[in-house]
Design a protein. Structure first.
Length: 251
């Protein structure tokens, strides 16, 4: 499939209408090992785009390529195979409050028949170290800050050894120190594990630090798809406004 679909993820002229046209002729792609940021105002279709990548949503028109497969017409059984390779970190972490941090991660290893109990515990320790949460091993999710919960959710997603991780606003509602921490974590996963990722974000600092390419959505359309390093040269007024907002916030 890699010859036919050279990009790891690709939107080919994707259309999706709900109450209004949310995606109109959306085209962009993500290559293996790359991080692509998706930015744009609230309600512009960022989460809807991730939903298409996960196969939770189907386009009205166009094709969605994921893990070098055209998943547009895939039935649920084949989507499940794709979701082993591509996993999503949900904003609320979707953690079990009655399980400790370690057990939450262990839970996602339960189905791994290739590991015995000791292996599983070693993997959990490794993952906790990777996301810098060893000290919270025996804590319960309710004891953790939003940012720490997101780090646990990331560790849990990694337990499945995915090729690609989708992050939906990973630094929203998190204090600046924790934002920086999560940003560095995402960067580390990219360089150490070669993870491919798509990150929906309003956080331009995160975008500049982690993304290779950026997709800007505006009124249903992709108004920019290109290198993060070139985005400042884009003269589209909406993009300029978006970037200026950041400069104001930074003082
Ligand atoms: N499953 C759905 N059914 C109907 N409308 C939806 C569904 N998912 C998203 N929408 C609508 O699509 C639009 C884009 O939503 P979304 O992608 O969540 O925005 P955001 O860019 O803030 O993530 C919103 O108007 C939302 O109400
Ligand atoms: Mg959203």
């Amino acid at each position: 499939m890699i010859d036919k679909f050279p990009h790891y993820i690709e939107f080919r002229h994707v259309y999706k209408t709900f109450d209004y046209p949310v995606l109109v002729d959306a085209c962009f792609h993500v290559d293996p090992g790359q991080t692509v940021a998706v930015i744009g105002r609230s309600g512009v279709g960022k989460s809807v785009s991730l939903g298409h990548i996960m196969g939770f949503l189907k386009p009205d028109k166009g094709q969605v390529i994921v893990a070098h497969n055209d998943i547009t017409e895939y039935p649920e059984t084949r989507l499940r195979e794709i979701r082993r390779k591509v996993t999503m970190v949900f904003q609320n972490g979707a953690l079990f409050d009655s399980l400790t941090v370690a057990d939450n991660i262990l839970f996602s290893l339960e189905l791994r028949e290739d590991y015995d109990q000791q292996n599983k515990e070693d993997v959990v320790d490794g993952l906790l170290r990777m996301v810098d949460l060893q000290e919270f091993k025996d804590a319960f999710p309710t004891d953790l800050s939003v940012g720490h919960k997101r780090a646990v959710a990331i560790a849990r997603a990694l337990a499945a050894q995915p090729e690609c991780v989708l992050y939906d606003e990973p630094t929203t509602m998190v204090d600046p120190i924790m934002s920086a921490h999560l940003t560095e974590l995402m960067l580390r996963l990219k360089s150490q594990l070669g993870l491919t990722s798509v990150v929906v974000t309003h956080d331009l600092n995160l975008m500049r630090r982690v993304a290779d390419n950026v997709v800007v959505l505006f009124e249903g359309k992709v108004i920019y798809f290109g290198a993060v390093s070139e985005i400042d040269n884009c003269e589209h007024p909406h993009i300029q406004e978006f970037l200026a907002m950041d400069r104001v916030e930074l003082g």
